[in-house]
Ligand binder design. Structure first.
Ligand code: SF4
Ligand code: F3S
Ligand code: ZN
Length: 103
C-alpha cells in the first residue's frame, strides 16, 4: 500500500501536469508518487481503473507508463485541486495505491 507519510519519507523530484512527483523516480521501473492532496503511488497502481470510474469530480486521468513492470498506464491525479474528499477512490482501489489527505 501507499505510504501515508510519503510527504515526510520522500522528496519532490519533479512536476507533472501541475502536481508534485515524489521520488525515487528511475524510469521505466520506478515512477514515484504523483500528487500531494490526492496521491497515487505509480509503482503500486495496476491500472484497475475504479478510481477513474468512481471519482465524482473526475480528478484522475490515464497517463501512459510504458515499460513499468506493474502496468503500462496509471491513474494520474491531474485535477487534484477539484477533490471534495469523499474518499471513494481510497475505498475502491484494490491495491491501496491512493492516499487522500482529508485533514
Ligand atoms: Fe475523487 Fe473523492 Fe478521491 Fe477526491 S477523494 S479524488 S473527490 S474519489
Ligand atoms: Fe490504479 Fe487503484 Fe486507480 S489500481 S487505476 S489507483 S483504482
Ligand atoms: Zn502525474
Amino acid at each position: 500500500a501507499i505510504d501515508p507519510n510519503f510527504d515526510e519519507n520522500r522528496e519532490v523530484v519533479d512536476q507533472h501536469e501541475g502536481h508534485d512527483v515524489w521520488g525515487p523516480v528511475d524510469e521505466p521501473e520506478k515512477r514515484g508518487v504523483h500528487g500531494t492532496h490526492v496521491a497515487v503511488d505509480f509503482d503500486i497502481c495496476d491500472a484497475d481503473g475504479a478510481c477513474i470510474e468512481d471519482c465524482p469530480v473526475d480528478v484522475f486521468e490515464w497517463v501512459d507508463t510504458p515499460g513499468h513492470p506493474t502496468s503500462e498506464k496509471k491513474a494520474d491525479p491531474a485535477n487534484e485541486t477539484q477533490c471534495i474528499d469523499c474518499m471513494l477512490c481510497v475505498d475502491v482501489c484494490p491495491v491501496d495505491a491512493i492516499d487522500v489527505d482529508s485533514t
